[in-house]
Design a protein around this ligand. Structure first.
Ligand code: GBH
Length: 446
């Protein structure tokens, strides 16, 4: 049954689409630096040109309009706004996002803004130790304030962080993302600073009576218990708690999940009583980025995926994928029922808090004919709407990732998630079959 206030949208992120890395006073981010290290990204690819959205944002908005979305989720590049991380504001950066926001609004599209989607100003990494140093908390709050002051008169939907799990685990735990550190201890410390920065930013937002809503976007796969045995059911719950509860329990209840405290000991920093109070209730909604599902068990089973020997093993669960499951181009399993179960898990654990699916999508090859993606969006959206309409999950919106083929981080341009084809070699924007499939879903569900 169509619901009036439900938001249909599509999402992107600054470094993945903008290009124009040296223009109008933008400074380098940690991702520009990371891409320049041989071997870190596929074929050494980087965001120098990407989709050239810095120059072609009007074409992007035309596509969004044609798609019929209510909202566009994009992120602001901190290095365009404050090239040194703090200090002097770069007016040209503000001007760019003003044009983007105004053109969206003129087309009846609601801006849904992510403050941080991984492009930290490089100077903060080099001179202030990035997310490892506690000073980053206030540095981030200052950046957020500049954004609220500049755009808050028109933007009513804010996300502090995109996937604190990825920033911590992939950036500092395994090193597969910028800045490329490999330390479990660092990852938990970084996560701690991200949570504090989130909470202080939300306090500022509320104290200043900013209009609208603010939340955080967290990511997880669904973990399906391998068997009905209690220990496997517990392992699956633990796995989702380690990925998603790590960053959601604190913003809802004010502290880390007990199971993480028990298992991680002094690897996991502690919040003071004041910090707990600041964190508690600091999200008006939870953003969910979800792509795939795995089976897990408490003990190894034949054919399970190998342990990784790093932070991935901390929840002590063993993963397994059925070879019969359909895989996407990322080698992720296409299992829509996982989304419905996950939405129910979140609703139950967090007392039916409003949820936006801020990312969900499928990488598949095929420039115009992308049959698998057509099935993926249809089936995943069906699963989400079943959770909303049959299970009464408080689901407020859905954003397809991504509008455009773009820089898929360490994978370069080799993995394509877009409803619209695009590459640095051919910036023509060509809608794929899935573009029309999603358009149809949106129009039928209004
Ligand atoms: C999102 O990350 C990002 O927000 C977005 O920028 C990106 O383009 C998009 O998804 C597509 O990847 O494979 O070992 O890391 C999703 C990141 C992917 C993190 C699945 C967890 C599973 C474990 N998630 N991943 S691993």
């Amino acid at each position: 049954m169509p619901k009036k206030n439900f938001i249909w949208g599509s999402a992107t992120a600054s470094y993945q689409i903008e290009g124009a890395v040296n223009e109008d006073g933008r400074s380098p981010s940690i991702w520009d630096a990371y891409c320049s290290i041989p071997g870190r990204t596929a074929a050494g690819e980087n965001g120098d040109i990407a989709c050239d959205s810095y120059h072609r944002y009007e074409e992007d908005i035309k596509l969004l309009k044609e798609l019929g979305v209510d909202s566009y989720r994009f992120s602001i590049a901190w290095p365009r706004i404050l090239p040194n991380g703090s200090g002097e504001v770069n007016q040209a950066g503000i001007d760019y996002y003003n044009k983007l926001i105004d053109t969206l609004l003129a087309n009846g599209i609601t801006p849904f803004v992510t403050l941080y989607h991984w492009d930290l100003p490089l100077e903060l990494q080099l001179c202030a130790n990035g997310w490892l140093d506690r000073s980053i908390v206030d540095t981030f709050v200052n950046y957020a304030k500049v954004c609220f002051d500049a755009f808050g008169d028109r933007v009513r939907h804010w996300i502090t962080f995109n996937e604190a799990w990825c920033i911590s685990v992939l950036g500092y735990g395994t090193g597969s993302h910028a800045p490329g550190h490999r330390s479990r201890r660092e990852a938990y410390l970084v996560g701690h600073h991200l949570l504090l920065a989130h909470a202080k930013t939300v306090k500022l937002f509320r104290d200043n009576n900013c209009e609208g809503i603010i939340g955080i976007t967290n990511n997880t796969e669904w973990k399906e218990p391998m068997t009905g045995k209690p220990e496997d059911i517990e392992a699956a719950d633990r796995a989702v708690t380690f990925d998603f509860g790590w960053f959601t329990d604190p913003v809802v209840y004010g502290d880390y999940p007990q199971v993480m405290k028990d298992m991680l000991g002094d690897l996991l920093p502690e919040f003071s009583a004041d910090e707990k109070a600041l964190l508690k209730g600091s999200a008006d909604f939870i953003g969910l980025n979800h792509y795939s599902t795995k089976c897990v068990s408490a003990t190894p089973v034949e054919g399970h995926l190998p342990l990784c020997g790093n932070i991935f093993d901390d929840a002590r669960v063993y993963s397994w994928c059925d070879p019969k499951w359909e895989k996407t181009q990322m080698n992720w399993n296409l299992l829509p029922w996982g989304l419905r179960k996950l939405l129910n898990w979140i609703a139950k654990r967090y007392n039916n808090i409003p949820i936006y699916i801020t990312e969900n999508g499928c990488a598949c090859s095929g420039i115009e004919d992308d049959d698998q993606r057509c099935r993926y969006v249809t089936e995943y959206i069906n699963a989400a709407l079943e959770a909303r309409d049959t299970d009464n999950v408080n689901l407020a919106g859905y954003f397809y990732w991504s509008l455009l083929d773009n820089l898929e981080w360490a994978y370069g341009y080799s993995k394509t998630f877009g409803l619209v084809g695009c590459s640095p070699d051919d910036l023509t924007r060509r809608p794929k079959k899935s573009f029309y499939v999603y358009k149809d879903i949106i129009s039928k569900n209004r």
